[in-house]
Write a protein that binds this ligand. Structure first.
Ligand SMILES: NC(=O)c1ccc[n+]([C@@H]2O[C@H](COP(=O)([O-])OP(=O)(O)OC[C@H]3O[C@@H](n4cnc5c(N)ncnc54)[C@H](OP(=O)(O)O)[C@@H]3O)[C@@H](O)[C@H]2O)c1
Length: 261
């Protein structure tokens, strides 16, 4: 008789930032679907976060809703205190939340720089500081942060987010080395275009959103758009023991789009 395969992340405790929508939602549901309890961070959209919580619970897992602006240090500390109080530890931290001011370099202001960098880059460093004691209680852990092709390619009006993602990828390398003695694996997942709410605010993507099949047929060797589930599958792989020897990398999920000139 075949015995059922145990869920890969059974008993694991995860925190996914920006899990109310888009890619973060897909990651939260993927990890819960594979057995993890999931803390769902959101910022502005409580009803959507509540819907994700319901789905996590429907999968038979424990969920926890946490409102926090990850760009605010007090909110960040309170978020990890809530995780500690409810879960008593943490196995997976997924830094998915992102925001940014999209406009040309010469029109950017200090306010937009601070906002974008604090949410997309500063939060990665200080979340790691808060996560390590919780992961030590579990004997180690995994941190995966979400990057984008704007970290190493130039996209229209994307100077601040691209720069923040470049910082995120550098932080990923430093943290991979410095947290390794704590048995914490640190990596990033980068993605090409994924049709989420965020894409509506990227400059020059209206044509892609209007006809994604034509864009994919012409520009993506894999022949289709990357989906939130594609990205979530890569995040889940990096959380698994199979990825234990991958450290400080940014794994690109773009269907081969950036290979083409
Ligand atoms: N979509 C793409 O094409 C693409 C490509 C490459 C990489 N990525 C990366 O993938 C990640 C998710 O992108 P997405 O497209 O799913 O974005 P999205 O649809 O815009 O969703 C953003 C999520 O982040 C949350 N959020 C925003 N600001 C926050 C803050 N200050 N504190 C806490 N949460 C905050 C939002 O929460 P509320 O709704 O509750 O405010 C929402 O859940 C981002 O890191 C993004 O850079 C996306």
């Amino acid at each position: 008789m075949n015995t059922p395969t145990p869920a890969r992340f059974s008993g694991k405790l995860a925190l996914v930032t920006g899990a109310s929508r888009g890619i973060g939602r897909a990651i939260a549901l993927r990890l819960a679907g594979e057995g993890a309890d999931v803390a769902i961070n959101y910022f502005r959209n409580r009803p959507q976060a509540e819907a994700v919580l319901k789905e996590v619970e429907r999968l038979g897992r424990r969920g926890l809703l946490i409102k926090a602006n990850v760009g605010d240090e007090d909110d960040l500390r309170a978020m990890f205190e809530k995780v500690g109080a409810a879960f008593g530890g943490l196995d997976f931290l997924i830094n998915n939340a992102a925001s940014g001011y999209n406009r040309p370099a010469l029109e950017q202001k200090v306010k937009g720089w601070d906002w974008t960098m604090n949410i997309n880059a500063r939060a990665i460093l200080f979340s790691a500081q808060h996560a390590v004691p919780l992961m030590q209680k579990r004997g180690g852990g995994v941190i995966v942060s979400l990057s984008s092709i704007g970290a190493n390619h130039v996209m229209p009006d994307y100077v601040l987010v691209g720069t923040s993602k470049a910082a995120l990828e550098a932080l990923t390398r430093y943290l991979a080395v410095e947290l390794a003695p704590h048995n914490i694996v640190v990596n990033a997942v980068s993605a090409g275009y994924v049709a989420t709410d965020a894409m509506k605010y990227f400059s020059g993507t209206q044509a892609i959103l209007a006809d994604p099949e034509s864009f994919a047929g012409e520009r993506i060797p894999a022949g289709r758009m990357v989906t939130p589930d594609d990205v979530a599958a890569a995040v889940a792989f990096l959380c698994s023991p199979d990825a234990a020897m991958i450290r400080g990398q940014s794994i690109l999920i773009d269907g081969g789009m950036t290979l083409k000139m």
